[in-house]
Ligand binder design. Structure first.
Ligand SMILES: C[S@@+](CC[C@H](N)C(=O)[O-])C[C@H]1O[C@@H](n2cnc3c(N)ncnc32)[C@H](O)[C@@H]1O
Length: 215
């Protein structure tokens, strides 16, 4: 995702620390307190510029949404959009998904969205894919027993890899969709990448996956 360098990004982060939460491990097991309600928590990992999160927050006002994005300049763009949207049920974290276990406690989340995750097509980069086993291990801990991972992508190779990775890990696969836009689904909130790729006529793949044996 291309972004301009934003030299003022650090100041922006500091001024908006109510939205882009610094030192998030302090809130481990206390995220609902920060939202000021007892609603379920859904996170998007690799949230990009925030379009999906804002759309979902509007559609589901009784859900707390958290976007995790490790590129500072991108999360600043997402934050600017969240501020304009005036949605109160969104928080953002400028963090690496590799650190999710430091940020969320066991069973704290209901849903993890992986939208158009970077494919990392080279074999030697497999460990960076957000559906690699080491990430699944983290998702398994922080999702509650009925929680699920919902994965959307335009990338056939990453989709196939991820279905295998989920299955090998013993996850239950549900609703494997090979052309999400084949029919109108008014509940589907499009991400920036989804808009771009579906406008080019590319099929969008989606699946839902659940951990059967929660540790
Ligand atoms: C291809 S973009 C997709 C953005 C958005 N989800 C969408 O669908 O439009 C992937 C995003 O994931 C972020 N990302 C990749 N790996 C990450 C990680 N380990 N932790 C946090 N963010 C990550 C990238 O910086 C990038 O913004």
């Amino acid at each position: 995702m291309r972004q301009r360098y934003k030299p003022w990004a650090d100041d922006f982060l500091e001024e908006n620390s109510h939205l882009i939460i610094p030192d998030p491990s302090k809130h481990k097991n206390k995220w609902r307190r920060l939202f000021g309600n007892d609603n379920p928590i859904h996170i998007e990992v690799g949230t990009g510029k925030g379009q999906f999160l804002i759309g979902m927050a509007g559609q589901y006002p009784n859900v707390n949404f958290i976007g995790v994005e490790f590129v500072k300049s991108i999360i600043v763009t997402a934050a600017e959009k969240v501020i304009l949207s005036e949605q109160k049920n969104i928080l953002l974290l400028n963090e690496d998904a590799a650190d999710l276990l430091e940020i969320f406690s066991e069973n704290e989340l209901t849903t993890i969205y992986l939208n158009f995750s970077d494919p990392w097509p080279k074999n030697r980069h497999e460990k960076r894919r957000l559906t690699y086993q080491s990430f699944l291990e983290k998702y398994q801990v922080i999702l509650n027993p009925s929680g699920e991972v919902i994965f959307k992508t335009d990338n056939r190779g990453l989709f196939e890899y991820s279905l295998v990775s989920f299955s090998k890990y013993g996850m239950e696969l549900n609703e494997i969709n090979l052309d999400l836009h084949d029919h109108d689904d008014p509940t589907n909130v499009m991400t920036e990448y989804e808009e771009k790729f579906s406008a080019k006529g590319q099929p969008i793949y989606r699946c839902r996956a659940r951990f059967l044996n929660k540790k």
